[in-house]
Design a protein around this ligand. Sequence first.
Ligand code: SF4
Length: 421
Amino acid sequence: MPLTPQIETSPVGNRQSLGLYLSIPFCRSKCTYCNFASGVYPASHHDQYVQRLVGDLLASSSQAAERGLHLPQTVDSIYFGGGTPVLLSSAHFHAIFRAIRETFPLSADVEITVECAPGQLSDSTLEALVACGVNRVSLGVQSFIDRECATSGRLHTRADVLTDLSRLRGAGIENLNLDLLAGLAGQTTDSWRESVDILLQTGVPHASVYMLEIDEDSRLGRELLQGGARYHADLVPSDDAIASMYETAIELFLDAGLAQYEISNFARTGFASRHNLRYWRRAPYLGLGLDASSMLFAEDDSIGSSPASLRFTTTSSLDDYLAGTAPLAEQSWLGPVQQMEEFWFLGLRRNSGIAVADLIRLFGDEAAQPSLAVAHRLVADGLLCFERHPERFTLSPHGRLLSNNVFAEFLAAHPSSSASL
Ligand code: SF4
Protein backbone atom coordinates (compact mmCIF):
# COMPACT_ATOMS: atom_id res chain seq x y z
CA MET A 1 0.00 0.00 0.00
CA PRO A 2 1.43 3.44 -0.90
CA LEU A 3 2.43 6.06 1.60
CA THR A 4 -0.60 8.26 2.26
CA PRO A 5 0.41 11.57 3.79
CA GLN A 6 -2.53 13.60 5.02
CA ILE A 7 -2.58 17.31 4.43
CA GLU A 8 -4.42 19.85 6.60
CA THR A 9 -6.91 21.05 3.99
CA SER A 10 -10.25 20.85 5.79
CA PRO A 11 -11.40 24.28 7.04
CA VAL A 12 -12.29 24.88 10.68
CA GLY A 13 -15.99 24.23 11.23
CA ASN A 14 -16.32 21.93 8.20
CA ARG A 15 -19.34 19.64 8.69
CA GLN A 16 -19.28 17.92 5.31
CA SER A 17 -17.46 14.73 6.27
CA LEU A 18 -17.50 12.37 9.23
CA GLY A 19 -14.84 10.72 11.36
CA LEU A 20 -15.50 7.33 12.93
CA TYR A 21 -13.95 6.29 16.24
CA LEU A 22 -14.20 2.64 17.23
CA SER A 23 -13.30 1.72 20.79
CA ILE A 24 -11.80 -1.72 21.36
CA PRO A 25 -11.39 -1.97 25.15
CA PHE A 26 -9.38 -5.21 25.41
CA CYS A 27 -5.82 -5.38 26.74
CA ARG A 28 -3.44 -8.18 27.58
CA SER A 29 -2.45 -6.55 30.87
CA LYS A 30 -3.37 -3.34 32.66
CA CYS A 31 -0.65 -0.68 32.75
CA THR A 32 -0.27 0.92 36.17
CA TYR A 33 -0.87 4.47 34.89
CA CYS A 34 -3.83 3.60 32.63
CA ASN A 35 -7.00 5.61 33.24
CA PHE A 36 -8.93 4.36 30.19
CA ALA A 37 -12.02 2.15 30.23
CA SER A 38 -10.02 -0.89 29.15
CA GLY A 39 -9.42 -4.22 30.79
CA VAL A 40 -8.26 -7.80 30.50
CA TYR A 41 -11.21 -9.94 29.36
CA PRO A 42 -11.48 -13.50 28.03
CA ALA A 43 -11.31 -13.83 24.24
CA SER A 44 -14.91 -15.09 24.33
CA HIS A 45 -15.98 -11.48 24.97
CA HIS A 46 -14.38 -10.36 21.72
CA ASP A 47 -16.99 -12.08 19.49
CA GLN A 48 -19.87 -10.66 21.45
CA TYR A 49 -18.34 -7.19 21.44
CA VAL A 50 -17.69 -7.16 17.70
CA GLN A 51 -21.28 -8.32 17.04
CA ARG A 52 -22.55 -5.42 19.10
CA LEU A 53 -20.23 -2.97 17.38
CA VAL A 54 -21.34 -4.16 13.96
CA GLY A 55 -24.98 -3.78 15.05
CA ASP A 56 -24.30 -0.21 16.20
CA LEU A 57 -22.58 0.64 12.92
CA LEU A 58 -25.44 -0.67 10.82
CA ALA A 59 -28.00 1.20 12.97
CA SER A 60 -26.05 4.47 13.16
CA SER A 61 -27.79 6.33 10.31
CA SER A 62 -31.31 5.55 11.50
CA GLN A 63 -30.40 6.33 15.14
CA ALA A 64 -28.95 9.70 14.18
CA ALA A 65 -32.08 10.54 12.17
CA GLU A 66 -34.33 9.57 15.11
CA ARG A 67 -32.40 11.97 17.35
CA GLY A 68 -32.51 14.84 14.84
CA LEU A 69 -28.76 14.67 14.20
CA HIS A 70 -27.00 15.30 10.93
CA LEU A 71 -24.70 12.38 10.09
CA PRO A 72 -22.44 13.38 7.18
CA GLN A 73 -22.39 10.45 4.79
CA THR A 74 -18.80 10.48 3.62
CA VAL A 75 -16.25 9.18 6.09
CA ASP A 76 -12.73 10.53 5.65
CA SER A 77 -11.12 9.28 8.85
CA ILE A 78 -11.48 6.11 10.91
CA TYR A 79 -9.66 5.51 14.18
CA PHE A 80 -9.51 2.25 16.14
CA GLY A 81 -8.48 3.07 19.71
CA GLY A 82 -8.62 1.37 23.02
CA GLY A 83 -7.51 -0.70 24.62
CA THR A 84 -5.49 -2.74 22.20
CA PRO A 85 -7.47 -3.09 18.95
CA VAL A 86 -4.96 -5.49 17.39
CA LEU A 87 -6.01 -8.17 19.88
CA LEU A 88 -9.04 -8.67 17.62
CA SER A 89 -8.75 -11.45 15.05
CA SER A 90 -8.58 -10.96 11.30
CA ALA A 91 -12.20 -12.18 11.06
CA HIS A 92 -13.26 -9.47 13.49
CA PHE A 93 -11.57 -6.74 11.46
CA HIS A 94 -13.14 -8.01 8.23
CA ALA A 95 -16.60 -8.04 9.88
CA ILE A 96 -16.21 -4.48 11.19
CA PHE A 97 -14.97 -3.13 7.85
CA ARG A 98 -17.82 -4.88 5.99
CA ALA A 99 -20.27 -3.04 8.26
CA ILE A 100 -18.45 0.28 7.83
CA ARG A 101 -18.48 -0.01 4.05
CA GLU A 102 -22.15 -1.08 4.02
CA THR A 103 -23.07 2.00 6.05
CA PHE A 104 -20.84 4.80 4.77
CA PRO A 105 -19.08 5.76 1.56
CA LEU A 106 -15.38 6.25 2.32
CA SER A 107 -13.49 9.11 0.71
CA ALA A 108 -10.81 8.03 -1.77
CA ASP A 109 -8.06 9.28 0.56
CA VAL A 110 -9.61 8.07 3.82
CA GLU A 111 -7.13 7.92 6.73
CA ILE A 112 -7.56 4.67 8.68
CA THR A 113 -5.57 4.42 11.92
CA VAL A 114 -5.25 1.46 14.27
CA GLU A 115 -3.60 1.69 17.67
CA CYS A 116 -1.20 -1.14 18.38
CA ALA A 117 0.62 -2.36 21.50
CA PRO A 118 4.16 -3.38 20.48
CA GLY A 119 4.73 -7.11 20.35
CA GLN A 120 1.00 -7.93 20.13
CA LEU A 121 0.33 -7.75 16.40
CA SER A 122 -0.03 -11.23 14.91
CA ASP A 123 0.83 -11.91 11.26
CA SER A 124 -2.78 -12.73 10.44
CA THR A 125 -4.09 -9.52 12.01
CA LEU A 126 -1.45 -7.46 10.18
CA GLU A 127 -2.51 -9.09 6.92
CA ALA A 128 -6.16 -8.27 7.69
CA LEU A 129 -5.34 -4.64 8.49
CA VAL A 130 -3.65 -4.20 5.12
CA ALA A 131 -6.48 -6.01 3.29
CA CYS A 132 -9.05 -3.76 5.01
CA GLY A 133 -7.27 -0.57 3.92
CA VAL A 134 -5.60 0.46 7.18
CA ASN A 135 -2.93 3.02 6.21
CA ARG A 136 -1.78 4.42 9.56
CA VAL A 137 -0.65 2.69 12.76
CA SER A 138 -0.02 4.25 16.14
CA LEU A 139 2.30 2.27 18.41
CA GLY A 140 2.01 2.82 22.17
CA VAL A 141 5.73 2.79 22.96
CA GLN A 142 5.78 5.15 25.99
CA SER A 143 9.49 4.46 26.59
CA PHE A 144 12.40 2.80 24.80
CA ILE A 145 13.92 1.90 28.17
CA ASP A 146 12.92 -1.68 28.93
CA ARG A 147 12.99 -1.34 32.70
CA GLU A 148 10.63 1.68 32.58
CA CYS A 149 8.14 -0.31 30.53
CA ALA A 150 8.40 -3.28 32.89
CA THR A 151 7.90 -1.08 35.94
CA SER A 152 4.74 0.32 34.38
CA GLY A 153 3.25 -3.08 33.62
CA ARG A 154 3.88 -2.87 29.90
CA LEU A 155 4.80 -6.11 28.20
CA HIS A 156 7.11 -5.00 25.40
CA THR A 157 10.78 -4.24 24.96
CA ARG A 158 12.66 -1.83 22.70
CA ALA A 159 13.41 -4.75 20.37
CA ASP A 160 9.66 -5.49 20.01
CA VAL A 161 9.00 -1.93 18.86
CA LEU A 162 11.80 -2.00 16.29
CA THR A 163 10.63 -5.37 14.99
CA ASP A 164 7.04 -4.15 14.65
CA LEU A 165 8.14 -1.02 12.79
CA SER A 166 10.02 -3.15 10.33
CA ARG A 167 7.05 -5.53 9.87
CA LEU A 168 4.62 -2.65 9.36
CA ARG A 169 6.88 -0.98 6.82
CA GLY A 170 7.39 -4.33 5.12
CA ALA A 171 3.59 -4.57 4.81
CA GLY A 172 3.47 -1.10 3.19
CA ILE A 173 2.28 0.93 6.21
CA GLU A 174 4.69 3.84 6.55
CA ASN A 175 2.39 6.46 8.08
CA LEU A 176 3.44 5.57 11.62
CA ASN A 177 3.06 7.27 14.98
CA LEU A 178 4.95 6.46 18.17
CA ASP A 179 3.61 7.60 21.57
CA LEU A 180 5.97 8.53 24.40
CA LEU A 181 4.91 9.17 28.00
CA ALA A 182 6.82 11.58 30.25
CA GLY A 183 6.47 10.75 33.95
CA LEU A 184 7.01 6.98 34.08
CA ALA A 185 8.40 5.60 37.32
CA GLY A 186 12.19 5.59 37.23
CA GLN A 187 12.41 7.92 34.24
CA THR A 188 15.30 10.41 34.32
CA THR A 189 16.39 13.31 32.13
CA ASP A 190 18.96 11.03 30.49
CA SER A 191 16.64 8.08 29.95
CA TRP A 192 14.00 10.40 28.48
CA ARG A 193 16.55 11.85 26.12
CA GLU A 194 17.50 8.32 25.06
CA SER A 195 13.86 7.47 24.29
CA VAL A 196 13.44 10.64 22.22
CA ASP A 197 16.71 9.98 20.36
CA ILE A 198 15.72 6.43 19.49
CA LEU A 199 12.30 7.55 18.34
CA LEU A 200 13.98 10.03 15.99
CA GLN A 201 16.37 7.36 14.71
CA THR A 202 13.39 5.25 13.62
CA GLY A 203 12.45 7.99 11.13
CA VAL A 204 8.71 7.83 11.84
CA PRO A 205 6.77 10.81 10.43
CA HIS A 206 4.63 11.39 13.55
CA ALA A 207 5.14 11.35 17.32
CA SER A 208 2.93 12.06 20.32
CA VAL A 209 4.20 13.07 23.74
CA TYR A 210 1.94 12.87 26.75
CA MET A 211 2.58 13.83 30.35
CA LEU A 212 1.51 11.45 33.11
CA GLU A 213 -2.02 12.17 34.34
CA ILE A 214 -2.43 11.74 38.06
CA ASP A 215 -6.03 10.96 38.94
CA GLU A 216 -8.24 8.47 40.74
CA ASP A 217 -8.82 6.44 37.58
CA SER A 218 -5.46 4.64 37.55
CA ARG A 219 -3.74 2.50 40.18
CA LEU A 220 -0.58 4.60 39.99
CA GLY A 221 -2.56 7.85 40.13
CA ARG A 222 -4.43 6.74 43.27
CA GLU A 223 -1.18 5.70 44.91
CA LEU A 224 0.44 9.04 44.11
CA LEU A 225 -2.55 10.94 45.48
CA GLN A 226 -2.27 8.94 48.70
CA GLY A 227 1.49 9.49 48.92
CA GLY A 228 2.26 5.75 48.80
CA ALA A 229 5.03 3.79 47.10
CA ARG A 230 3.17 0.92 45.44
CA TYR A 231 3.58 0.63 41.65
CA HIS A 232 6.91 2.45 42.13
CA ALA A 233 5.02 5.68 42.79
CA ASP A 234 8.02 6.92 44.79
CA LEU A 235 10.08 6.81 41.57
CA VAL A 236 7.75 9.03 39.53
CA PRO A 237 9.56 12.22 38.45
CA SER A 238 8.47 15.58 39.85
CA ASP A 239 6.05 17.84 37.96
CA ASP A 240 8.92 20.16 37.08
CA ALA A 241 11.02 17.28 35.76
CA ILE A 242 8.08 16.06 33.64
CA ALA A 243 7.52 19.56 32.23
CA SER A 244 11.19 19.80 31.39
CA MET A 245 11.08 16.41 29.58
CA TYR A 246 8.18 17.68 27.50
CA GLU A 247 10.09 20.84 26.58
CA THR A 248 13.18 18.81 25.66
CA ALA A 249 11.09 16.67 23.31
CA ILE A 250 9.63 19.76 21.60
CA GLU A 251 13.15 21.09 20.92
CA LEU A 252 14.64 17.82 19.73
CA PHE A 253 11.66 17.00 17.50
CA LEU A 254 11.71 20.45 15.94
CA ASP A 255 15.43 20.15 15.15
CA ALA A 256 14.72 16.83 13.48
CA GLY A 257 11.84 18.11 11.32
CA LEU A 258 8.94 16.89 13.43
CA ALA A 259 7.04 20.14 13.93
CA GLN A 260 4.61 20.51 16.79
CA TYR A 261 1.04 21.04 15.52
CA GLU A 262 -0.86 20.40 18.75
CA ILE A 263 0.02 20.34 22.44
CA SER A 264 0.91 16.63 22.32
CA ASN A 265 1.47 15.99 18.61
CA PHE A 266 4.38 16.39 16.20
CA ALA A 267 4.61 15.55 12.50
CA ARG A 268 6.60 15.91 9.35
CA THR A 269 4.86 18.05 6.72
CA GLY A 270 1.72 16.34 5.50
CA PHE A 271 1.55 13.73 8.29
CA ALA A 272 -0.64 15.45 10.88
CA SER A 273 -3.38 13.09 12.03
CA ARG A 274 -6.51 13.99 10.10
CA HIS A 275 -8.71 12.19 12.62
CA ASN A 276 -7.33 13.92 15.68
CA LEU A 277 -7.41 17.32 13.98
CA ARG A 278 -11.15 16.75 13.67
CA TYR A 279 -11.51 16.95 17.47
CA TRP A 280 -9.70 20.26 17.72
CA ARG A 281 -11.53 21.75 14.73
CA ARG A 282 -14.97 20.76 16.05
CA ALA A 283 -15.68 18.71 12.94
CA PRO A 284 -18.27 15.92 13.44
CA TYR A 285 -17.33 12.46 14.63
CA LEU A 286 -19.22 9.38 15.70
CA GLY A 287 -17.75 7.17 18.42
CA LEU A 288 -18.92 3.59 18.77
CA GLY A 289 -18.11 1.02 21.43
CA LEU A 290 -17.26 1.31 25.10
CA ASP A 291 -16.76 4.81 26.55
CA ALA A 292 -16.66 6.32 23.05
CA SER A 293 -17.43 10.02 22.57
CA SER A 294 -19.29 11.63 19.69
CA MET A 295 -19.93 15.18 18.53
CA LEU A 296 -22.63 15.73 15.91
CA PHE A 297 -24.62 18.74 14.81
CA ALA A 298 -28.39 19.09 14.80
CA GLU A 299 -30.12 18.38 11.51
CA ASP A 300 -32.13 21.58 11.93
CA ASP A 301 -29.87 24.42 10.88
CA SER A 302 -32.30 27.08 12.11
CA ILE A 303 -29.80 28.77 14.44
CA GLY A 304 -27.89 29.80 11.34
CA SER A 305 -24.15 29.43 11.18
CA SER A 306 -23.89 27.55 14.48
CA PRO A 307 -26.60 24.87 14.86
CA ALA A 308 -26.76 23.14 18.22
CA SER A 309 -24.31 20.29 18.61
CA LEU A 310 -24.72 17.19 20.72
CA ARG A 311 -21.88 15.59 22.64
CA PHE A 312 -22.55 12.10 23.93
CA THR A 313 -20.52 9.26 25.40
CA THR A 314 -21.39 5.58 25.53
CA THR A 315 -21.33 3.63 28.77
CA SER A 316 -18.01 2.59 30.30
CA SER A 317 -19.52 -0.63 31.68
CA LEU A 318 -18.73 -3.58 29.41
CA ASP A 319 -21.66 -5.58 30.82
CA ASP A 320 -24.10 -2.76 30.08
CA TYR A 321 -22.67 -2.28 26.62
CA LEU A 322 -22.91 -5.96 25.72
CA ALA A 323 -26.42 -6.21 27.17
CA GLY A 324 -27.51 -3.05 25.33
CA THR A 325 -28.80 -1.53 28.58
CA ALA A 326 -28.06 2.09 29.50
CA PRO A 327 -26.08 2.60 26.28
CA LEU A 328 -25.28 6.27 26.97
CA ALA A 329 -23.31 7.48 29.97
CA GLU A 330 -23.93 11.15 29.27
CA GLN A 331 -25.09 13.62 26.65
CA SER A 332 -25.37 17.37 26.43
CA TRP A 333 -26.63 19.78 23.83
CA LEU A 334 -24.38 22.76 23.26
CA GLY A 335 -25.81 26.09 22.15
CA PRO A 336 -23.78 28.89 20.54
CA VAL A 337 -22.13 30.08 23.78
CA GLN A 338 -20.87 26.64 24.79
CA GLN A 339 -19.74 25.94 21.24
CA MET A 340 -17.74 29.15 21.17
CA GLU A 341 -16.04 28.18 24.44
CA GLU A 342 -15.14 24.83 22.92
CA PHE A 343 -13.96 26.56 19.77
CA TRP A 344 -11.46 28.50 21.90
CA PHE A 345 -10.12 25.77 24.14
CA LEU A 346 -9.99 23.11 21.43
CA GLY A 347 -8.62 25.48 18.79
CA LEU A 348 -5.87 26.81 21.05
CA ARG A 349 -4.54 23.26 21.43
CA ARG A 350 -3.39 23.51 17.81
CA ASN A 351 -0.22 25.47 17.08
CA SER A 352 -2.09 27.28 14.31
CA GLY A 353 -4.45 28.52 17.04
CA ILE A 354 -7.60 30.57 16.52
CA ALA A 355 -8.12 32.77 13.48
CA VAL A 356 -10.32 35.70 14.44
CA ALA A 357 -11.96 35.53 11.00
CA ASP A 358 -13.09 31.92 11.71
CA LEU A 359 -14.45 32.92 15.11
CA ILE A 360 -16.54 35.73 13.62
CA ARG A 361 -17.68 33.66 10.63
CA LEU A 362 -18.99 30.91 12.89
CA PHE A 363 -20.40 32.89 15.83
CA GLY A 364 -20.88 36.50 14.73
CA ASP A 365 -19.00 39.67 15.62
CA GLU A 366 -21.05 40.76 18.62
CA ALA A 367 -21.15 37.34 20.29
CA ALA A 368 -17.38 36.96 19.86
CA GLN A 369 -16.44 40.16 21.69
CA PRO A 370 -16.36 38.89 25.35
CA SER A 371 -14.05 36.02 24.42
CA LEU A 372 -11.82 38.33 22.36
CA ALA A 373 -11.47 40.56 25.42
CA VAL A 374 -10.37 37.51 27.46
CA ALA A 375 -7.87 36.57 24.73
CA HIS A 376 -6.30 40.05 24.68
CA ARG A 377 -5.98 39.98 28.48
CA LEU A 378 -4.19 36.61 28.24
CA VAL A 379 -1.82 38.12 25.64
CA ALA A 380 -0.96 40.84 28.15
CA ASP A 381 -0.36 38.11 30.77
CA GLY A 382 2.08 36.32 28.45
CA LEU A 383 -0.08 33.21 28.08
CA LEU A 384 -1.24 33.81 24.49
CA CYS A 385 0.47 35.30 21.43
CA PHE A 386 -1.35 37.54 18.95
CA GLU A 387 -0.52 37.96 15.25
CA ARG A 388 -2.07 40.85 13.33
CA HIS A 389 -1.93 39.76 9.67
CA PRO A 390 -4.20 37.84 9.66
CA GLU A 391 -5.44 38.18 13.22
CA ARG A 392 -4.75 34.99 15.14
CA PHE A 393 -4.24 33.84 18.74
CA THR A 394 -1.94 31.00 19.76
CA LEU A 395 -0.71 29.62 23.07
CA SER A 396 2.67 31.02 24.13
CA PRO A 397 5.30 28.46 25.25
CA HIS A 398 4.46 29.39 28.86
CA GLY A 399 0.72 29.14 28.13
CA ARG A 400 1.22 25.66 26.71
CA LEU A 401 2.49 24.44 30.08
CA LEU A 402 -0.51 26.07 31.82
CA SER A 403 -2.99 25.24 29.08
CA ASN A 404 -5.82 24.07 31.35
CA ASN A 405 -5.71 27.36 33.27
CA VAL A 406 -5.80 29.26 29.98
CA PHE A 407 -8.78 27.25 28.71
CA ALA A 408 -10.67 27.81 31.96
CA GLU A 409 -10.51 31.57 31.33
CA PHE A 410 -12.76 31.13 28.30
CA LEU A 411 -15.36 29.27 30.37
CA ALA A 412 -15.35 32.14 32.85
CA ALA A 413 -16.05 34.59 29.99
CA HIS A 414 -19.66 33.36 29.87
CA PRO A 415 -21.32 32.66 33.24
CA SER A 416 -23.91 30.34 31.63
CA SER A 417 -21.24 27.96 30.29
CA SER A 418 -21.64 24.20 30.58
CA ALA A 419 -18.89 22.90 28.30
CA SER A 420 -16.14 20.98 30.07
CA LEU A 421 -12.41 20.85 29.34
S1 SF4 B 1 -2.24 -0.84 26.68
FE1 SF4 B 1 -3.15 1.23 26.73
S2 SF4 B 1 -5.32 0.91 27.12
FE2 SF4 B 1 -4.27 -1.01 27.63
S3 SF4 B 1 -3.88 -0.88 29.80
FE3 SF4 B 1 -2.04 -0.10 28.79
S4 SF4 B 1 -2.38 2.14 28.62
FE4 SF4 B 1 -4.35 1.18 29.11
